[in-house]
Design a protein around this ligand. Structure first.
Ligand SMILES: [Zn+2]
Ligand SMILES: [Zn+2]
Length: 171
């Protein structure tokens, strides 16, 4: 199933969800703007938004300055599309649990979870970059250049290498 058209009720709080069109990804997502702030992604939609470089401006604009009701995140949710119980699954490495429907692939994220998953991905990248840079400098360059100091994070030479490594190896 992709991009449901019907108005659906929030699996966490039962309020009607509102559709927001995400122009970059070309899909509609459902947000619980009048209730808990949860977001429902249809099958395959979530992967268009879980990386830090993917745009979620429309989501952020929609939830800005809103206060959402608190919901019990441990409760078993029911998929609003298939009416079957959703399964809790870890997403990213931030310890975030999302609800997944094993029938249609829909994913429900509580308010704030999407941001956590995305930020964590960013930190992970920068951690990987850090250890990669350190091993590049301290292991390889040391052999060639002798005992050199790893340039500080703000040095422009290091920045140049980091950008290069990031573009060529990580991305
Ligand atoms: Zn809700
Ligand atoms: Zn479903």
């Amino acid at each position: 199933m992709s991009d449901n058209k019907e108005v659906i009720t929030c699996p966490a709080c039962g309020n009607y969800m509102q559709k927001i069109f995400m122009p970059e990804a070309g899909v509609n997502i459902d947000i619980c703007l009048d209730g808990c702030g949860g977001i429902l992604f249809d099958n395959r939609e979530f992967q268009k938004f879980d990386e830090p470089h993917e745009k979620i401006d429309e989501i952020l604009a929609a939830i800005k300055d809103k206060t959402f009701i608190k919901v019990d995140e441990n409760e078993i949710r029911t998929c609003p599309l298939c009416k079957v119980p959703m399964v809790k699954m870890g997403a990213g490495s931030a310890g975030v649990q999302i609800d997944v429907c094993n029938v249609c692939g829909a994913k429900f994220l509580d308010n704030g979870e999407l941001q956590k998953i995305r930020t964590n991905g960013e930190e992970e990248d920068s951690d990987r970059l850090d250890s990669l840079m350190n091993s590049l400098y301290s292991d390889n360059l040391k052999n060639v250049l002798g005992n050199i100091q790893v340039p500080s994070k703000t040095s422009s030479r290091r920045k140049f290498f980091e950008d290069l490594v990031y573009k060529l190896i990580i991305k």
